[in-house]
Design a protein around this ligand. Structure first.
Ligand SMILES: [Zn+2]
Ligand SMILES: [Zn+2]
Length: 467
């Protein structure tokens, strides 16, 4: 008879060591590679690492410290949201540099992203400092990354035409410094979508209707106005006659007359700002090349020409952001094909179809990109604060049968780590040895997030944060 002593009998993971062992059982694993689902599995996490994937759903007498019942649902890699805003304490956006949101709202945004299964996020508010990023990092267990836009032309533009979000510290920090401090790309570039004018013409300044004018009027008077109203103001402010009579009349009618002189100044400066914006896009492209980091370029009909030119110069460093907005379906597909042909990457925005419906009235463009096999990644952007969750939108795409579950999940996991190598080291896929950033979703509805694990720690359980 062979006897085993107590020492030999010690199983890995028993209380004789100090490792934290977590078991996730009764799970179907979507690995993130774009094709694999492992059915009826259980996973063992040792501290922050995925240690094993067992081929049984209920391992008998496991020694885990804690067990999570996946209830026959899917375990997917933690989602990586490669393009969003308003998640750090830095100025919002790059083209109008609004002051940061209040801390409580930034915390709330981060929490919402977490409850939607996002474990890594990139802030595309590229003017933020390292301190502002670090402050936001202290609010959340998520991995927060940032891009930078601290280039000379963007600063020049901000000085003539920003909404006051930049301080001396912002102006004093260069893109090179931000990359050294850990920023992983250049972006967001071209956020106002100003078209390159042809044949010596002046740039089209209608971009001011969408955000600049409503924001300025709001700041000056406390009253929101729609972009259609803003257009009326702008058109009235472009002629001497209009400025004299129509503009004051209109502004009076909307109760925003106090913003009149600021509005006139804004319209006067718009052309200069538009030129600077175009030059800033060109310069940012050179920075991406020089620093060998990806650039995130606002893709819309207005920036179409810039997208085509710069993607052919930057190849795989060129990332076309939210490529599923504003175009006609044929144009959207044509631009995406050209970017892909040049070696660039196509990102889609989740938009706001399921909430406000202001930015995304339908998903025709997303469906076209998916059907043509042109979509590489998906991210939320912000849609003015009303973004749809990545899983909600992926669930819809799967229902529409334009993408399979594994392909859909790869759009916000492994594809992103392939495109942006430094975004989430050793994450983005469920494999033994990878960092345990995981999301457990409902078997019937993938947009229902039951648990989120970051670095082996449970941060959401039964749909509620636990950190
Ligand atoms: Zn944009
Ligand atoms: Zn954006």
């Amino acid at each position: 008879m062979i006897r085993v002593n107590e020492e030999q009998c010690t199983l890995k993971g028993t209380r004789k060591d100090t490792t934290m062992r977590t078991l996730i059982y009764n799970a179907n694993v979507v690995t993130g590679d774009g094709s694999t689902i492992l059915e009826n599995r259980s996973l063992i996490l040792e501290d922050n690492i995925i240690d094993s994937i067992y081929t049984v759903p209920y391992p008998m007498y496991d020694f885990a410290d804690y067990a999570i019942d996946a209830r026959g649902g899917f375990v997917i890699p933690g989602l990586i949201n490669r393009h969003t805003h308003c998640i750090t304490m830095g100025p919002y956006a790059t083209d109008y540099a609004l002051p940061a949101l209040p801390e409580a709202r930034v915390r709330q945004n981060l929490k919402q992203h977490l409850l939607e299964g996002e474990t890594t996020l990139i802030s595309q508010d590229g003017f933020g400092t390292n301190e502002e990023l670090e402050k936001a990092r202290s609010f959340t267990p998520q991995l927060l990354q940032t891009y930078t836009i601290n280039t000379p032309k963007h600063f020049e533009k901000a000085k003539t035409f920003s909404c006051g979000g930049l301080t001396d510290t912002h102006y004093a920090t260069t893109a090179e410094e931000r990359i050294k401090q850990g920023a992983i790309g250049i972006g967001e570039v071209g956020a106002f979508g100003i078209p390159t004018p042809c044949c010596g013409k002046e740039p089209d300044i209608s971009y001011t209707d969408f955000m600049y004018i409503p924001l300025m009027v709001r700041v000056e008077t406390g009253k929101p106005v729609s972009w259609e109203d803003a257009r009326k103001f702008r058109e009235a402010a472009t002629t001497a006659e209009g400025k004299k009579s129509k503009l004051p009349q209109l502004m009076e009618q909307f109760g925003v007359l106090d913003a009149r002189s600021k509005l006139e100044a804004l319209v006067e400066n718009s052309s200069e700002n538009a030129w600077l914006n175009l030059e800033a896009g060109e310069e940012a492209t050179q920075y991406a090349k020089k620093l060998n980091v990806p650039i995130d370029f606002h893709n819309a009909p207005q920036t179409r020409e810039q997208i085509l030119t710069y993607s052919s110069q930057l190849n795989s460093l060129f990332h076309a952001a939210h490529s599923n907005l504003f175009y006609s379906p044929s144009e959207c597909v044509e631009v995406a094909k050209a970017v892909k042909k040049a070696g660039g990457w196509i990102d889609m925005s989740t938009g706001d179809f399921f909430r406000a419906g202001q930015v995304t009235p339908n998903h025709i463009l997303s469906l076209a990109l998916l059907q043509e096999g042109l979509a590489d990644m998906i991210s939320t952007d912000t849609s003015g604060g009303y973004w749809d969750s990545i899983l909600k939108v992926l669930e819809y795409f799967i229902e529409q049968r334009v993408v399979t579950l594994p392909k859909a999940i790869a759009l916000a996991t492994k594809n992103v780590t392939d495109a942006i190598p430094n975004i989430a080291p050793n994450r983005g896929e469920i494999k033994e040895g990878k960092i345990a950033d995981l999301v457990v979703v409902d078997p019937k509805s993938i947009s229902k997030v039951n648990a989120v694990i970051i670095g082996g720690k449970i941060v959401v359980e039964n749909g509620v944060t636990t950190y």
